[in-house]
Design a binder for this molecule. Structure first.
Ligand code: ADP
Ligand code: MG
Ligand code: ZN
Length: 650
């Protein structure tokens, strides 16, 4: 037990790394206690196995000449019997002595239970030590050897088997279990279950991000600026009796800058920023998530004012009345989060920000006032937004003077902030690859296409016939687009294959941002999509597989016209589909009857076929243009919008 005492007394000279491992002492004490218990149990078990005889029986055995050897130590007498007796058969002297032995041990002649057999066959017998001056004489008289010890005392072996060995086993098992658990849980292990000493959240004293790093998103920033002010001047608001909002939910598609905005709020407010992902709460063990929530808020309270940011909160905030039973762990975690948000006093200055792109699945309780009071929509950027985002990211790299970010912005409608950041990075990489020290416009344009359609795949060799088919297909798109009045201008046509599967493509870009589409514009788009196939059919008399993507997009447009936009004669303004996951891929669910569903299919095919016919007509009427442009593209492989228009006009 010495080590324990030493540790207790060592308070004055702790080594520097001791505070980091506060449970080493506890572990040692636990080990010693377990070993001590082990020794007690082992001792009493051993005692139970030792045949203890009365002193009288011992004397009787000595007198009968059955004892061979005696060892006297300071607590007890151990002795062995003569060899023949233990082995003793039925007849002869051995049988005689056996009977005597049985008599002295008071065993009935016939009884042969396991207890009796053990008593008879024991190697060593014990008896208590009595003050008996005549003992030596008696032993001498019966010629019993008593000089040599029978049981060699071996302190080292005893110590090893009694203390070191059990301790080692204890630690072995302990560390084995710890490893197992930390592998499974990712945190400290069983001893730490529920205590989040191992950090599952990130804490930044200063995020270093400010609102100027977030471009566009002006409305979102406006709401957040107010929250920053709440953290700075709580008194101003308290005087007038206003309650500080406890939380804000950032809602929007992936990559629009929600995480960035949350960091910017913390950076602007100059307060600590706790961040974690909703999925980090949910563990295998029920109750871990809940205790993590508790720990997180306890820690946040210590650092208040501060911001707690829960990314992807839908991982825990899913509505509780879910199908297929519940998920206990998630529900407990959510309940804990709800009660923590009710519990903390908002004047303390904890602001909870959360981000999600599936607000519709969140539990209603989470969204009620007093929890996430505010919902901040972070949309995909519009044209000015895209320009601003490009400017922010392009500001970090050297740009050539010919770079026109406005043009890049116009050709990237639908791109998110993350896409744009990625494009700028791709452009910089391309500049390095080309051995340039500045990024030029061409790098940026190429990067836009790389992000949109994959890298150019120069080594994919198309046969001349295939290449011609692709050229006619693409020119078909471009020509029909140019021949219709509502169409978007062509920016680029290429027949260089791309890694993402396209064998060629036609890039169109709207001059200005569109928020509304009219029915005729939608039909124009479908027509343009159909024109690739129409051109192939006109020139080669048959269809190729190259139109699969066009068909898919055209069908989706036509379907939306019928089911969502109320643009079909048959159904009029009846809504047939409802949108789910509008911030993700925008899947929709058909809500009307099966009969309507079949009728919708008929409508869709009618729209598409009409558009296909119109495209074919337009191309047939401009057959020479189609051929000359396709041959030109076949020779050039890539032509831009200006070249196309020039050739078209000639
Ligand atoms: P989200 O959390 O919405 O999925 P992030 O905040 O993680 O998106 O954004 C990913 C990256 O995209 C950011 O690190 C940043 O480089 C870039 N980004 C997105 N939106 C913007 C923006 N509005 N301004 C500047 N950069 C942006
Ligand atoms: Mg994010
Ligand atoms: Zn096509």
């Amino acid at each position: 037990m010495n080590p324990t005492r030493n540790e207790d007394g060592a308070g004055g000279h702790t080594t520097p790394d001791q505070p980091k491992k506060p449970n080493m002492l506890g572990l040692l004490i636990a080990g010693l206690i377990i070993t001590f218990i082990f020794n007690m149990v082992a001792g009493s078990l051993a005692a139970g196995n030792k045949p203890q005889l009365e002193y009288g029986q011992f004397i009787q055995l000595v007198e009968s000449g059955l004892v061979r050897q005696v060892q006297i130590d300071d607590q007890q007498i151990a002795f062995t019997l003569k060899e023949e007796i233990r082995e003793g058969g039925e007849g002869g002297e051995g049988g005689m002595d056996q009977r005597t032995l049985r008599e002295i041990l008071r065993l009935p002649a016939g009884a042969e239970g396991p207890a009796e057999r053990r008593l008879l066959s024991s190697q060593v017998y014990y008896t208590g030590l009595l003050e008996d001056p005549a003992l030596t004489e008696r032993l001498l008289k019966n010629s019993v050897a008593f000089s040599k010890p029978i049981i060699q005392p071996n302190p080292i072996r005893d110590f090893i088997s009694g203390w070191i060995f059990p301790l080692l086993i204890f630690y072995g098992i302990y560390f084995f279990i710890m490893r197992k658990f930390s592998n499974m849980g990712g945190m400290g292990g069983m001893m730490n279950l529920g205590k989040s000493r191992a950090k599952f959240y990130g804490m930044e004293k200063n995020t270093g991000v400010s609102f100027s790093d977030v471009a566009g998103q002006d409305e979102a920033k406006e709401s957040l600026v107010e929250l920053v002010d709440f953290l700075h001047n709580p008194d101003k608001y308290r005087q007038i009796g206003a309650r500080q909002p406890k939380g804000a939910l950032l809602v929007g598609p992936p990559g629009t800058g929600k995480t960035l905005l949350a960091k910017a709020v913390a950076g602007e407010a100059k307060v600590p920023f706790f961040s974690l992902s909703g999925s980090e709460f949910v563990e295998m063990f029920v109750g871990v998530g809940a205790s993590r929530v508790r720990d997180l808020f306890a820690e946040a309270a210590k650092h208040a004012p501060c911001i707690v940011f829960i990314d992807e909160i839908d991982a825990i905030g899913k509505s509780r009345d879910n199908q297929l039973g519940g998920n206990d762990e998630r529900e407990q975690t959510l309940n804990q989060l709800l009660s923590e948000m009710d519990g903390f006093d908002s004047s303390k200055g904890i602001l909870v920000l959360a981000a999600t792109n599936r607000p519709e699945i969140l539990d209603k309780a989470l969204l009620r006032p007093g929890r996430f009071d505010r919902r901040i929509i972070v949309e995909k950027p519009d044209l000015p937004g895209r320009k601003a985002i490009l400017a922010v990211h392009a500001g970090k790299i050297p740009l050539d003077s010919d770079v026109d970010l406005g043009e890049i912005g116009r050709s990237t409608s639908g791109a998110t902030g993350a896409d744009l950041a990625n494009m700028v990075n791709e452009a910089a990489l391309r500049a390095v690859r080309m051995g340039r020290s500045k990024v030029i416009q061409e790098d940026l344009m190429e990067a836009v296409e790389t992000v949109a359609a994959g890298k150019e795949k120069k080594d994919r060799v198309l046969s001349p016939r295939e290449k011609r088919m692709v050229a006619f297909h693409e020119v078909g798109h471009a020509l029909v687009s140019a021949l219709q009045k509502d169409a978007q201008p062509v920016r680029k046509i290429t027949i260089v294959p791309r890694t993402m599967g396209a064998l060629g493509y036609t890039m169109q870009a709207p001059e200005e941002e569109r928020y509304l589409m009219t029915r005729s514009e939608l039909l124009t788009q479908i027509c343009t999509l159909m024109a690739g196939r129409a051109a192939e059919e006109l020139e080669f008399g048959e269809a190729s597989t190259g139109a699969a993507n066009d068909i898919e997009r055209a069908t989706r447009l036509a379907r939306n016209m019928v089911t969502q936009y109320g643009m079909s004669e048959k159904f009029g303004m009846m809504g047939l589909e409802s949108l789910t996951g509008q911030y993700l891929d925008g899947r929709s669910v058909f809500t009307a009857s099966d009969a309507s569903n079949a009728a919708v299919d008929v409508e869709i095919s009618r729209i598409i076929n009409e558009c296909h016919d119109r495209a074919t007509e337009l191309l047939r009427a401009n057959r020479e243009k189609l051929v000359s442009l396709a041959e030109y593209l076949y020779a050039q492989e890539t032509i831009n919008g200006a070249q196309f228009m020039e050739k078209l006009a000639s």
